[in-house]
Design a protein around this ligand. Structure first.
Ligand code: PMP
Length: 402
């Protein structure tokens, strides 16, 4: 009998963060505790009132709209990208997608044939390997330098040694908070050019750069590579991930191909586009973003310092996004008591369980991001929760048995 589900469907891994939510609920219910949730991949603020109002008004757009996106929004995004990066995309070179996630999915559908490899720069967002595999591609993880930066020599080797169609990365990075330098971006672009592969840059955290700096954009290059593809969106900067809107900007033939695909698949909702058009032009929304980034920077300072004060944990200082990504492998091999049994920490999932059970702090294990020695900790929570989480973690770590 033929398999009932496709091989691709059977191979897709469930999201690590979703299964974690169920475990958080179980711990809270069973032990009557409150877990501090540092797993969030989203801001802790929502949209400003003017943007909400625009969404209500946008409800009048109840008929089908243009598949590539609303007539007013695409030129506004072309202008925004120009202002933020310097790159000149025409409105026709921009297409709205169902979240930035939907944008990456659409790009992969448009460029991959079965077996084509995509070089994914580790540590990577958990979705990247899955979304490549869903399109029949082969994800190839490329190890970083020891300080988790892109390793240019390794990227070149990976591209050369596999039937590579694209390179994919995010900067500022989820999960590390590393912000690629101009030189690193130019180095990656040079490899893409040399091997004539697409270069898909996920810049959804571009506005989340700390210490008053601007995150360098691939698209600010003097000599922009023509197969560079921008994935971006309003989810993070305006605190609207649930609205599910993103966009892709790239070479016209690619954007048109995505349009043909989305003509038969998921395309963006009109009321959301109407609201997002207001958001990109709103001074109120821009100020809310700036306040949020400054709060997350303060959280970063607190959390990084607190974690580094613990023996066995090494936490680099993230320069952007809203995560820190400490190496906790110095505590592997230690044990703790829970529910009458002794548990040994041997990998990032064990460490995540340890923090959940003994510190009542939820974080995401590094394994699915390509680093089983690390943990992803979200800074997109209140300062009080960050402080309380640190206290709990300090106490739990001090009680670990060697
Ligand atoms: N890219 C990265 C690197 C992300 O971290 C996320 C969200 N976690 C997304 C894309 C998805 O964005 P959206 O909600 O717009 O689909």
């Amino acid at each position: 009998m033929a398999a009932e589900l496709s091989a691709i469907a059977n191979a897709v891994q469930a999201s690590a963060t979703l299964s974690l939510k169920a475990e958080i609920g179980r711990i809270e219910k069973t032990y009557g505790v409150k877990v501090i949730d540092m797993t969030a991949g989203q801001p802790d603020i929502g949209p400003t009132p003017d943007v909400i109002e625009a969404l209500v008004q946008g409800g009048k757009l109840y008929k089908y709209g243009p598949v590539p996106g609303e007539a007013g929004l695409r030129p506004l995004l072309a202008e925004t990208v120009k202002k933020e990066t310097g790159a000149s995309f025409t409105s026709d070179q921009i297409i709205m997608t169902v979240g930035a996630k939907g944008g990456i999915d659409s790009v992969m559908r448009a460029i991959l044939d079965p077996g084509d490899a995509v070089a994914i720069l580790a540590p990577y967002w958990v979705t990247y390997p899955e979304v490549v595999a869903i399109s029949g591609g082969k994800p190839v993880s490329v190890d970083p330098t020891p300080d988790l930066r892109p390793d240019i020599a390794r990227i070149e080797t990976a591209v050369r040694e596999n039937p590579t169609k694209a390179i994919l990365y995010s900067s500022p990075s989820n999960p590390t908070g590393v912000v690629y330098t101009r030189e690193e971006l130019d180095g990656i672009a040079a490899i893409a050019r040399k091997f004539d592969v697409w270069l898909v840059a996920d810049e959804i955290y571009r506005e989340f750069a700390f210490d008053g700096k601007t995150a360098p954009s691939l698209f600010s290059a003097d000599d922009l590579y023509e197969k560079a593809v921008l994935v971006d969106g309003p989810s993070k900067r305006f605190g609207i991930p649930g609205w599910r809107l993103g966009f892709v900007a790239g070479r016209l033939d690619l954007v048109k191909a995505i349009g043909r695909i989305q003509g038969h698949a998921a395309n963006a909702s009109r009321p959301i586009q109407a609201a997002v058009e207001v958001a990109y032009g709103s001074a109120q929304a821009r100020q809310a973003t700036a306040r949020m980034v400054s709060r997350y920077q303060q959280n970063r300072d607190l959390v990084v310092e607190g974690l580094n004060s613990l023996e066995g944990i090494k936490c680099p200082t993230p320069a952007g996004a809203f995560y820190c990504f400490p190496d906790v492998s110095g505590l592997y091999g230690r044990t703790y008591e829970f529910d009458g049994s002794t548990n040994k920490i041997e990998n990032s999932t064990d460490f995540r369980n340890f923090l959940l059970r003994k510190a009542n702090v939820a974080t995401v294990e590094g394994g699915p991001f390509g680093r089983d020695t690390h943990m992803r900790i979200s800074l997109a929570i209140s300062r009080e929760d960050c402080a309380a989480a640190l206290e709990n973690i300090k106490k739990a770590v001090s009680e670990l048995v060697s």
